[in-house]
Write a protein that binds this ligand. Structure first.
Ligand SMILES: C[S@@+](CC[C@H](N)C(=O)[O-])C[C@H]1O[C@@H](n2cnc3c(N)ncnc32)[C@H](O)[C@@H]1O
Length: 244
């Protein structure tokens, strides 16, 4: 089981379980990322998970499950809203260096950490922005310009769709990383999803490699332009979730 494997073996074998062939360079980058995460976590709050094997499975492999479940086209433009310590955006970039990634977070200290990771790992075509989704979603260079938006552990679905869907181009997707039991949240978000110009495409159930924890990927497809009034001003989506 996972206890007998090294960090590198967990990444490599877990990747295979997700149908990913992670090469030596990718595994080394995950090692460095893990070291930086643990080092910075002593100064700023990045994660409550500090066991190396758990970091491999619950942060890195968890971030990669999307690659085994949906087709993420070559060189597509991906935004990770509320990325925190870089999940899922940085693992996706390590596993798929072709992707053009934008990371967004409202906490300056985490953004500083992410800049250090990008610098140390020498990642290209990846940028970090400090700000709230409610503001950045109105910037012309971001609005409806991404093929894929992703978010993990940021907010309940009715709030999350208002944060994410304004970034997605018509025809693109928003994928919410969730745990098990998502029916209620998905139902609650239905009105907001319609109002924001999207449709529920699929709710996929999957499992984390090694520990078999259940995970869901809720996949939305943008079908129409999002009305310009969304997202509403900072704090309002959370205070008064749309359509609830
Ligand atoms: C619980 S952490 C999760 C981080 C990461 N996605 C993960 O899965 O570990 C949520 C992050 O979302 C950020 N966040 C919350 N609301 C936000 C908003 N409206 N705009 C940008 N970032 C936001 C917070 O600063 C925090 O770093």
């Amino acid at each position: 089981m996972s206890k007998n494997l090294t960090f590198a073996e967990l990444i490599k074998q877990g990747g295979q379980e997700l149908n990913l062939n992670l090469d030596k360079k990718a595994v080394l980058l995950f090692e460095t990322y893990k070291d930086l995460l643990l080092e910075w976590n002593q100064k700023i709050n990045l994660t409550s998970i500090t066991d190396v094997n758990e970091i491999a499975i619950k942060h890195f492999l968890d971030s990669l499950i999307i690659l085994g479940e949906i087709e993420v086209k070559v060189q597509c433009r991906v935004v990770d809203i509320g990325t925190g310590a870089g999940f899922p955006g940085i693992p996706l970039k390590i596993a798929r260096p072709d992707l053009n990634v934008v990371l967004v977070d409202s906490l300056q200290k985490r953004v500083a950490f992410l800049r250090e990771v990008i610098d140390k790992l020498q990642l290209k075509n990846i940028e970090v922005y400090h700000g709230r989704a409610e503001e950045l979603g109105h910037y012309p260079e971001f609005r409806e310009s991404f093929d894929l938006a992703v978010a993990r552990a940021v907010a309940k679905m009715p709030v999350l769709v208002e944060y994410n869907l304004p970034f997605v181009r018509v025809g693109g997707q928003f994928v919410a990383f969730k745990g098990p039991e998502t029916d209620e949240e998905v139902k609650l978000a239905a009105n907001a999803v319609f109002e924001l110009g999207a449709e529920l495409e699929e709710a996929k159930e999957t499992y984390l490699p090694f520990i078999r924890d259940r995970r869901s990927l809720i996949i939305y497809r943008k079908t129409k332009h999002t009305p310009p009034k969304y997202p509403r001003k900072p704090g309002l989506p959370e205070k008064k979730p749309l359509g609830v």
